[in-house]
Design a protein around this ligand. Structure first.
Ligand code: GRG
Length: 298
């Protein structure tokens, strides 16, 4: 097994343990809470590549941050990612019946439960970030909460998702698409790397370098995802795939075709790696990560 795969596995196991330990448990007699706790556990635990937690832990490692701190933040980013998938799968958005190899949350439960469980997961993520066990310094916790809120909200993931929905019935320039994808997908990658720097009280320049790396890798990740989507199921698309194809207006492929899009991924990857120069050899795992992101097959 390659070093990166081993490290992925190690971090994923630690994050899964942490999530299992902190997620609310269903309790006898508390009907509403128990249904939500079950739904939260159903959707968060058990699968997913745990890429964003990996970035949190590895960027925190650069600054000698304790694993007890970085794993709390790694759990928080995975919670936010999980909530975004639950809401994205709803009929009002991407309308996906399956997620991570099992029925999406609204299919397993119902739409109202999926909306509320998504809300509860997002809120819980902020509870974890603000908790004293995440970092002894309240200024660090406050910085984490602020930076996560900025990345997830109107100027980040949620704003990007809105733009994506609106892209279906308007012309999008390459600049629009870049902004959309940076917000929708890049922002969570960026905060994952930035979080390690916040936990480690890193200098502004180190923090910006990691964030810039993550934005470029996040964009490369999203474009690779679109390329994988476009290449899969072309001959016999399923209902869900047909739906995806028709809503691909906000992608680079729709704006500049597959070949130029592939070149764009290469440019972004080398640009991402350039940002890591200040870290020298210490950032080798991030080089491997960037390479994995663009060469993955799923
Ligand atoms: C609904 C607020 C809201 C936001 C939705 C992230 C997002 C915005 C939607 C998810 C749908 C999607 C295809 C997003 C692009 C980013 C992406 C490829 C997400 C999947 O991430 P992976 O591959 O998933 O890391 P796993 O399951 O491995 O965690």
């Amino acid at each position: 097994m390659s070093t990166l795969k081993k490290e992925f596995k190690e971090v994923a196991e630690l994050v899964d343990e942490k999530l299992d330990a902190i997620l609310p448990e269903p309790k006898k007699g508390r009907i509403g809470e128990s249904r939500l706790a079950e739904a939260m556990r159903y959707t968060v635990l058990g699968s997913g590549k745990r890429l964003r937690p990996f970035l949190v832990v590895k960027s925190a490692d650069l600054f000698g941050v304790s694993r007890s701190s970085s794993l709390q933040v790694a759990a928080a980013i995975e919670l936010i990612h999980a909530y975004s998938l639950v809401h994205d799968d709803l009929p009002a958005m991407d309308d996906d019946d399956m997620r991570r190899g099992k029925p999406s949350l609204h299919k397993q439960y119902d739409e109202a439960t999926a909306i509320l469980a998504g809300d509860a997961i997002l809120t819980f993520a902020f509870e974890v970030l603000a908790h004293h066990s995440t970092h002894h310094d309240p200024a660090v916790r406050s910085d984490l909460v602020l930076s996560f809120a900025q990345s997830c909200g109107i100027a980040g993931m949620v704003g990007g998702q809105m733009m994506d929905l609106m892209s279906e019935d308007r012309e999008m320039t390459i600049e629009d698409i870049t902004r959309l994808q940076r917000m929708k997908t890049g922002a969570l990658f960026a905060i994952s790397c930035e979080a390690g720097a916040i936990l480690g009280k890193a200098s502004r320049s180190m923090r910006s370098a990691l964030k810039a790396f993550a934005y470029d890798v996040g964009l490369a990740f999203q474009i690779t995802d679109d390329l994988l989507d476009a290449e899969e199921g072309v001959e016999n698309p399923t209902e869900d795939e047909r739906h995806d194809k028709s809503s691909e207006k906000g992608t680079f492929i729709s704006a500049m075709g597959k070949e130029r899009t592939k070149k764009q991924v290469e440019v972004l990857t080398s640009q991402a790696i350039e940002h890591l120069k200040p870290f020298g050899k210490r950032a080798e795992i991030f080089h491997e990560f960037a390479d994995y992101v663009v060469h993955r097959e799923f």
